[in-house]
Structures are given as structure tokens and as C-alpha cells.
Design a protein. Structure first.
Length: 301
């Protein structure tokens, strides 16, 4: 890795650590939203650096839909034990059982949007005033509208037309009672930056991100991992394929790509030549042109 890339990554690292420390300084009860995906794992690594040699001073929050990849849950538990940090788990199944959320039906049913209620209830229960997330502006056009400090009203909703200026890295965390902030320290990173930094820092990731054999189905041009959460449609067949995942979400909605990239060097080369965004295989983003922005306005990550 040449010096230009390393210097670029260190600048991004410094910016992110500055934002993370600002959170600790400005807010009383922050948390780190942890999905088990590469971006949230990167965020945990940066938080560890920000406060070293002390432990990360705030808990990790995982919204468990019940439809997760087993590899994700296993990795989450191992990481929490290794770091000695507190883990808060919000359960979508509990939200359904309490009547707070309604299960979707049909062959394309997903629990992705149901996370909104569980997330907002969890943040309210633990009196969270700032929630750090691993979203980046290059991921999706709705996320490109975010600031580092993204204000949420008393209902947890986001107004993309009413955001605060962030000049000279000055962040305004003032809020009224009941409001909170979502904070995105790696906003300026790209997918390539993330992977190159993971390689530079030798950060462990779930095996999902590397090439492996898996039983899959192809639905609407998206390769989905076959699981108990997916109902096969007429004519669909289960096929064993060599795949990996560029993003990590729920099993019924997270698309894989056919790939032989089984190490970080190969993954970086693959990303350098692709013309499809990493969320291009997310079935939840294909429901509507404004699917992500609509969810974000309601309180989504």
C-alpha cells in the first residue's frame, strides 16, 4: 500500500476519531449502533482507538430482527466478549409479540422496516441522546444528504431539509428534551476506503464477506442465501454457488455476488472494477425509488 493511500486513510481515521470524541464530550448517554457489518465493525475499531487504553465508554446496540445470518450473531458475541463492552439487544420479535410491529406476509416478506419501531423503543428505554452509526454518504443517495450530526425530533424522525450547518468541523449537539442525534463518523469514507483501512489495520470480519460455497436462490436478479426465512416461489430452485456479501443485513433481503475473492487483496481488486454499488443487491432498497429515504424519515438507521 503506497504512502498516498496510507496518508489518506490516516486523515479519515483522524476525522472519525475526532467526531467520536466529540460525542463523548457533548452527550450524556451515547451508544454505538452495531449491525455486525463491516462498517459497524470498523466503527467499533475506531472507537477502541479513540479511547485507548481505556475501554469503549458506551454500549453497543444491536437491533436483532431474528432473521440474521448466524455468522453475524456469532461474530457479534465474540467481539463483545473480546472488548469487554456492554451489549444492548433490541428484539424485533418482542416488538411483534407486544403488538408494536406487524409481521409482513408473502414470499417477499421482510423484517427490515420493522426495525424502526424496535430501534426507537430501545433508544427511548435507555434514554439515548446520541447513537453512532456506520453509514457513509457514498452508500445511497438518501445517506448522501446526512450531516455528521443528524438531528432527530421527539418522534425519532429525520428532516433532510432541516439540517444544521457543519462549518470548520464545529458540531452543534444542542437538542430539546426527548430529541436525539444520529452521528456518522465515517460519513466521508468510501467502500474502497473501508476495505483498504481494514487491510491496513488487519481488522477481523465475519466469513460472509469472503468467497464461500452457499446454497442460494436468484430472485429478481438478486442472489439470496437460501434459509428458513425465505419461501420459494414457483419455479425457483436452490443452487449451490460461490459467493460473498458486500453488505451484511437480514438473510431474506441481503444480496450476494458471485465471487472468487477470498482475501482482502482480491476483494479490493474486485471493488476497484465493479460498477454496482454495495447496496445494489439489497432487496429492501428496490421496493421503491425512495425506499431508503422513506425509512430514514421514520427513524431508520
Amino acid at each position: 500500500m503506497n504512502n498516498y493511500i496510507v496518508n489518506h486513510l490516516r486523515e479519515l481515521e483522524s476525522e472519525a476519531i475526532f467526531v467520536i470524541r466529540e460525542i463523548s464530550a457533548q452527550f450524556e448517554n451515547p451508544v454505538l449502533l452495531f449491525s455486525g457489518g463491516k462498517d459497524s465493525i470498523l466503527l467499533v475499531h475506531l472507537a477502541k482507538k479513540a479511547f485507548y487504553p481505556a475501554k469503549i465508554p458506551f454500549p453497543l446496540v444491536h437491533i436483532d430482527t431474528g432473521n440474521n445470518f448466524p455468522e453475524t450473531i456469532s461474530f457479534r458475541d465474540d467481539l463483545v466478549n473480546k472488548l469487554g463492552v456492554r451489549l444492548i439487544v433490541g428484539s424485533v420479535q418482542e416488538s411483534i409479540d407486544k403488538g408494536r410491529a406487524k409481521e409482513e406476509t408473502g414470499s417477499d416478506a421482510s423484517r427490515n422496516s420493522l426495525q424502526i419501531v424496535t430501534l426507537l423503543d430501545t433508544l427511548d428505554e435507555y434514554k439515548v441522546d446520541a447513537a453512532l452509526g456506520g453509514a457513509r454518504r457514498d452508500e445511497e443517495k438518501a445517506r448522501a444528504k446526512e450531516r455528521f450530526f443528524s438531528h432527530r425530533d421527539e418522534f425519532g424522525q429525520w428532516d433532510p431539509k432541516n439540517q444544521r450547518p457543519e462549518l470548520w468541523n464545529l458540531f452543534n449537539g444542542r437538542k430539546n428534551f426527548g430529541e436525539h442525534f444520529r452521528v456518522f463518523p465515517i460519513s466521508n469514507w468510501t467502500e474502497m476506503d473501508v476495505w483498504e483501512y481494514i487491510k491496513l489495520e488487519n481488522i477481523d470480519l465475519p466469513s460472509l464477506y469472503f468467497s464461500h460455497q452457499r446454497d442460494c436462490i436468484v430472485r429478481n436478479g438478486v442472489i439470496l442465501a437460501n434459509s428458513k426465512f425465505i419461501k420459494l416461489k414457483e419455479g425457483e430452485k436452490v443452487v449451490n454457488m460461490t459467493v460473498r456479501f458486500r453488505t451484511c443485513g437480514d438473510m431474506p433481503i441481503t444480496g450476494a455476488i458471485e465471487s472468487e475473492a477470498d482475501d482482502l487483496t482480491k476483494i479490493i481488486k474486485e471493488i476497484a472494477t465493479t460498477r454496482v454499488t454495495e447496496r445494489g443487491g439489497r432487496a429492501d432498497d428496490k421496493r421503491a425509488e425512495t425506499a431508503m429515504e422513506d425509512r430514514k424519515k421514520q427513524g431508520y438507521f
